[in-house]
Ligand binder design. Structure first.
Ligand code: ADP
Length: 491
């Protein structure tokens, strides 16, 4: 038997999964690691701890499956995006903790950037200037760690996101690369050309000498050192987590899309071979192409989705478990015209209103807990419709179906309401570990473990499809009510 090993490095844990020739997962193990919050809004992790957790998860997975390293055809890597590590080329020691994507320490710097620079960044990178992306984080390290800028200029320091860091560790310091999907989230890459952009590097004052080489998402980049897993294994697939999920949902063609319903929502639409516009509040990004050609996606995110269900459970005490929200929502035929807008941390795409705050509106003497629970679930679907409308406007592509994953995609009430409010089919696959699966697909295709994209597409199985059943007039009436509610919570 032979396998593909997927390393799925997330924000709270590092996981590893082994897939067989039929694309079936035969083992999966995880190891957690800490985040630290040294100041309000700051989020850090220890790069060494991330590496050790990832290596331990990989070893445990091989052991659980009884698989030898010599039976692994290739490794695929997927990772939390934007999180930034800078380390010494010679000693391998990080010069500071990793600055995690959630960290807001560079927010003031980003806010102070002149309008003309913001416009240039958007045009070049497809991104909206924000502390979220890597560029301002690298700059922060160079400004604040003693001697770092000098050492970076001299070529003594290396920069990488977590994909780059893990590959460098896996190959014993031999390979310093990132893939286009991760690079497209640094705010330093020219989205169209797929290369580091001179103007962006100058704007953020980042020396070329520290940059990894940008490579396609599918393709062998090096081999692991033999001492780590028992044999040398080709590293052959790399993708940021959301782009990996797009691949894991077998969205290999323009017009195919996925939405992940986790803490927040991340929706991506495969946009084909030309860079899409991002005029409607979304981000333009690179898709992780399995064919080593340039492919693009539009991406929209909602900050609070499943987190609103946690709020119902933990703050309001209206449900005991997240899963119970399904039955409670069904216990009432509608919300009695109540809307919940969970803008707890502002509104993300397509509104970008950081100062907005949540609201419940339409309350009457007859409003019940069930109405509020139902309205909260429905808010996740309304927010997703806003993303989908913006995606369609940016690409001119009409979506036929939306593929779903993430914790809250298990909620059948929510998925049916999503189909109804979008007027499109919602499809939930049997394997919802789409991030790990996507990295495996990339490595499997690059090494010839799987012969073609078509072969991989045939692995993708539907668990359940939800067809729209709501009359058009009801759909539009409900959505108009949502729009009014959102309007009221904006700053
Ligand atoms: P993340 O990767 O962002 O941590 P997950 O994909 O693990 O998120 O999903 C967890 C989220 O999904 C939580 O916010 C939880 O409230 C929500 N969730 C889990 N199960 C359900 C359910 N059956 N119905 C609604 N929400 C759910």
């Amino acid at each position: 038997m032979s396998y593909i090993l997927s390393l799925d490095e997330g924000t709270t844990s590092a996981r590893a999964a082994l897939y067989d020739e039929e694309g079936k997962r035969v083992a999966m193990e995880a190891r957690g690691f800490e985040s630290r919050y040294p100041k309000p809004g700051w989020v850090e992790q220890d790069p060494l701890e991330i590496w050790q957790a990832q290596l331990a998860a990989a070893r445990a997975t091989l052991e659980a499956a009884g698989a030898r390293a010599s039976s692994i055809a290739g490794i695929g890597i997927t990772n939390q995006r934007e999180t930034t590590v800078v380390w010494d080329r010679r000693t391998g020691a990080a010069v500071s903790p990793a600055i995690v994507w959630q960290c807001r320490r560079t927010a003031d710097y980003c806010r102070s950037m002149p309008e003309s620079d913001r416009a240039a960044v958007k045009k070049t990178t497809g991104l909206i200037v924000d502390a979220y992306f890597s560029a301002s984080k690298v700059r922060w390290i160079l400004e604040n760690v003693d001697g770092a800028r000098e050492r970076a200029r001299n070529g003594d320091l290396l920069f990488g996101n977590i994909d780059t860091w893990l590959i460098w560790k896996l190959t014993g310091g031999q390979v310093h690369v990132t893939d286009v999907s991760n690079a497209s989230r640094t705010m330093l890459m020219n989205l169209s050309s797929g290369e580091w952009d001179r103007a962006m590097l100058d704007l953020f004052d980042i020396p070329d000498a520290m940059l990894p080489r940008i490579v396609p998402s599918a393709g062998a980049v090096g081999r692991t050192s033999g001492d780590l897993l028992g044999d040398e294994i080709p590293v052959a697939g790399i993708a940021g987590d959301q782009q990996a999920a797009l691949v894991g949902q077998a969205c290999f063609r323009p017009g195919l899309s996925k939405n992940t319903y986790g803490t927040g929502c991340f929706a991506l639409l495969h946009a084909g071979k030309t860079a899409p516009s991002s005029e409607n509040g979304l981000l333009a990004t690179r898709a992780a192409s399995a064919k080593a050609v340039s492919e693009f996606a539009v991406e929209g995110s909602v900050f609070v989705a499943g987190a609103a269900v946690q709020w119902l459970r933990d703050q309001l005490g209206l449900i005991k478990t997240a899963a119970e929200s399904d039955a409670v929502a069904r216990s009432t035929p509608d919300t009695g015209e109540v809307y919940v807008v969970p803008a707890f941390v502002g509104l993300g795409a397509p509104h970008w209103d950081g100062a907005a705050r949540g609201l419940i509106c339409g309350l009457t003497r007859g409003t019940t807990a069930a109405h509020i629970v139902r309205a909260t679930l429905e808010s996740i679907a309304y927010q997703t419709r806003e993303l989908v409308e913006a995606m369609e406007a940016d690409t001119g592509i009409q979506l036929h179906e939306l593929r779903v994953d993430g914790g809250a995609a298990a909620n059948d009430f929510l998925m049916q309401f999503q189909a109804d409010i979008l007027g499109r089919r919602i499809v939930r696959p049997a394997d919802t570990e789409t991030t790990a699966l996507g990295a495996a697909y990339l490595a499997g295709l690059a090494t010839g473990f799987w012969p073609s994209v078509e072969a991989v597409e045939s692995f993708w199985r539907v668990d359940r499809a939800f067809e729209p059943e709501m009359p058009e007039s009801t759909r539009e009436e409900l959505y108009a009510g949502w729009k009014t509610a959102v309007g009221r919570c904006k700053s």
